[in-house]
Design a protein around this ligand. Structure first.
Ligand code: HEM
Length: 501
């Protein structure tokens, strides 16, 4: 089987010429999801095409005041904290939430083209080509090759999409009401609409104690980068070093194209959307069938240990690098502990965390930073903002060990360069069986067992902490991409002065 020979670092050079602008962050100009994350128990993504450009620009003027900024999200988050303090959640009863909704908007390259907006200086090849053109390179399943490749995606995502509204809130009722307000602004359902819905997807936090856990059961959203100069991140808990704002927000130090950005492109961010289905009963069956065995380990504990080694964290969120043999839920939810690890100081290779584990593949920390020349991981960081979709696994599915209802993750992440962010992580790290570098020849890492796809997906090493050269065959895939697109989330100024103008 051939394995992709990918570069470990991109060939993109820092911009030449003038010194970087040292703008401070304008929190009332950046859309809220980018840096603060729209608070959400539920979220709807409404994908559309523009049908009447002049009217769309006009309607956008009425829409723009609905867009929630980072500054406004910080106010909302403070209100939520105070509300929780006053009305602490009672065990067994539904949490009492403040009715809140946050709206953001983003455009694809095709949307800008339709509006006659020159976006060449956004200069991100992945964005300019669109994700459908990237699907083969991302190893999504499909038919044909090259320009005739057709990804095995849901039909609406194979057609052109111009933009997306993101509506996040406390309840479906609040979100639906706001969506209706937006549709009315753009004349949807009336005689003269300026846009047409392509499709909508809706995500919801999982019920009860699983609320912050993704469908395989692992606590998610623990590790996002702290941003230099962003007040809420002023004293970040121990973990990877804070990053320059420009890694996420365009036009700031850390954005490799900072000096090329036009005014309307500053304070924006590229939004990567992936519609990822998860085969949960099949995953559970795999970890059970291949469970680790040892003195005093029950079958379920052996399965849980294997699952944790595939992710790099226990279901509680506790990192294997800190607690490799037994879950410690207190560490999982303690922000002072749950990111305080670096994949260093291992006396025996892969004893603590396998090289292939999802969190090690997607943020290799000291695996890169301790190498000659100390390549920084900062430029490859992304701000993740996903939400689960689909129902809980039914008893029938558990018994059959087979998925019959669609469920998974609406994956969203922000970055100032898709080439350094999502695309780089997926292609050069996740799908690359030889990454991270420095593994002994007898311990080839293998691809990320949950997310890796393509020709390198065969087996991983390190799943057994006591026999790191043993390999585990990846006989199935548990994350199936069924759609996606690359978008740009403009600033409020960009929306008002360029896109609606
Ligand atoms: C259904 C799909 C996915 C699932 C179930 C999943 C699950 C998880 C879990 C459980 C964590 C650990 C919690 C945390 O550190 O916040 C995590 C972390 C992470 N994931 Fe994923 N993930 C998925 C897709 C992706 C994709 C598509 C990417 C990007 C290519 C990605 C990148 C990351 C990154 C960067 C981290 C943080 C690593 C760190 O900072 O330690 N994930 N993911």
């Amino acid at each position: 089987m051939t394995t992709p020979q990918q570069p470990l670092l991109p060939v993109v050079q820092p911009p030449p010429g003038s010194p970087p602008r040292l703008d401070s962050l304008k929190l009332d100009n950046i859309q809220g999801d980018v840096l603060a994350g729209l608070p959400k128990k539920t979220e709807t993504l409404y994908f559309f095409v523009i049908t009447d450009t002049d009217k769309f620009r006009h309607d956008l003027r009425s829409f723009n005041p609905l867009v929630k900024t980072v500054a406004q999200v910080l106010v909302d988050r403070k209100a939520i904290r105070e509300h929780k303090r006053k009305y602490p959640p009672m065990p067994g009863s539904k949490p009492n939430l403040i009715p809140l909704v946050g709206v953001n908007i983003a455009f694809s390259h095709f949307g800008f083209k339709k509006l006659g907006i020159d976006d060449k200086k956004l200069a991100d090849p992945a964005f300019l080509a669109g994700q459908r053109a990237d699907a083969e390179g991302l190893h999504d399943k499909g038919t044909g090759t090259g320009p005739s490749f057709v990804p095995d995606w849901e039909q609406p995502f194979k057609s052109e999409i111009h933009g997306v509204f993101l509506l996040a809130g406390d309840s479906r009722a609040t979100v639906d009401k706001k969506l209706q307000e937006i549709k009315t602004i753009f004349g949807v359902g009336g005689p003269k609409p300026s846009l047409k819905e392509i499709t909508s997807v809706r995500g919801d936090a999982r019920p009860g104690a699983q609320s912050a856990h993704e469908h395989f059961g692992y606590l998610d959203g623990i590790s996002n980068p702290a941003i230099k100069g962003f007040a809420p991140d002023a004293n970040p808990p121990p973990g990877p070093a804070p990053i320059d704002a420009g890694v996420i927000v365009t036009g700031h130090p850390g954005d490799e194209k900072q000096n090329d950005r036009e005014d309307w492109q500053v304070d924006g961010s590229f939004l990567v959307f992936r519609y990822l289905f998860q085969k949960v009963p099949e995953f559970n069956n795999f970890v059970f069938e291949n469970r680790l065995k040892g003195p005093g380990l029950t079958d379920q504990e052996g399965a849980d240990l294997l699952g944790a080694r595939l992710i790099g964290r226990w279901k509680s969120g506790a990192p294997l690098d800190i607690t490799p043999f037994i879950d410690d839920p207190k560490i999982g939810t303690d922000p002072n502990e749950n990111n305080n690890f670096h994949f260093t100081a291992e006396t025996e290779v892969q004893k603590l965390c396998p090289f292939a584990a999802h969190v090690r593949k997607t943020l290799p920390r000291a695996d890169l930073e301790d190498r000659p020349g100390n390549p920084s991981i900062a430029r490859f960081r992304i701000m993740r903002r996903g939400i689960q979709f689909g129902p809980e696994v039914t008893e029938k599915e558990k018994m059959a060990k087979k998925t019959s209802h669609g469920r998974g993750l609406i994956f969203i992440c922000y970055q100032s360069s898709i080439a350094n962010g999502f695309q780089f992580i997926q292609k050069n790290w996740v799908d690359n069986p030889n990454f991270p570098p420095g593994a002994p020849p007898t311990q080839r890492p293998g691809v990320d067992p949950i997310l890796g796809q393509g020709p390198g997906r065969d087996k991983i090493s390190g799943h057994n902490p006591n026999k790191p050269t043993d390999t585990l065959e990846l006989t199935d895939e548990w994350i199936i991409p069924r759609g996606g697109e690359y978008f740009f989330t403009p600033s409020l100024k960009g929306l008002r002065e360029r896109i609606a103008a």
